[in-house]
Design a protein. Structure first.
Ligand code: SAM
Length: 122
């Protein structure tokens, strides 16, 4: 079993030039707390989460680029679930965008999905 087997394929994505307000709206609309951020040419540029929006409000930051995380930890479709769990633990995160060889976002893998897997197997 690899990332490809369990990832969510319908991932909402936002552009780097999006406003923080629009990013928040996209989160609410899609019931999602993690949004991969992409460049104009469609490659992954970072990630913004509900935590970052809280930070923007508390520190009065206005630009998406000031609050998103640029150093995004990603997964690839052929990666093992074990490897994803290691990344989640190491970086204290709960979701990873899944990217193809061209760095295009093709899905998301989250700790929620991984927890569901465990309950299914036992
Ligand atoms: N340490 C805090 C805590 O325990 O509440 C924050 C948790 S987590 C480290 C929050 C940060 O992780 C956010 O700034 C978010 O952008 C970042 N983050 C979430 N998913 C990420 C990922 N896949 N790669 C890199 N950073 C990520």
């Amino acid at each position: 079993i690899t990332v490809n087997d369990v990832m969510e394929e319908t991932t909402p994505i936002i552009n780097k030039k999006t406003s923080i307000k629009q990013a928040s709206k996209t989160m609410m609309k899609n019931n999602s707390t993690h949004l991969p951020v992409i460049t104009q040419n469609g490659k992954i540029a970072g990630i913004i989460t509900a935590w970052d929006i809280a930070k923007a409000v508390s520190e009065d930051l206005k630009e998406l680029e000031d609050v998103m995380t640029n150093n995004v930890v990603t997964a690839n479709p052929n990666e093992s679930i074990r490897s994803v769990i290691n990344k989640i633990k190491k970086h204290n995160i709960s979701a990873l965008p899944v990217v193809d060889k061209k760095q295009k976002v093709i899905g998301t893998i989250s700790s929620d999905v991984i927890s569901q897997l465990i309950t299914k197997d036992t």
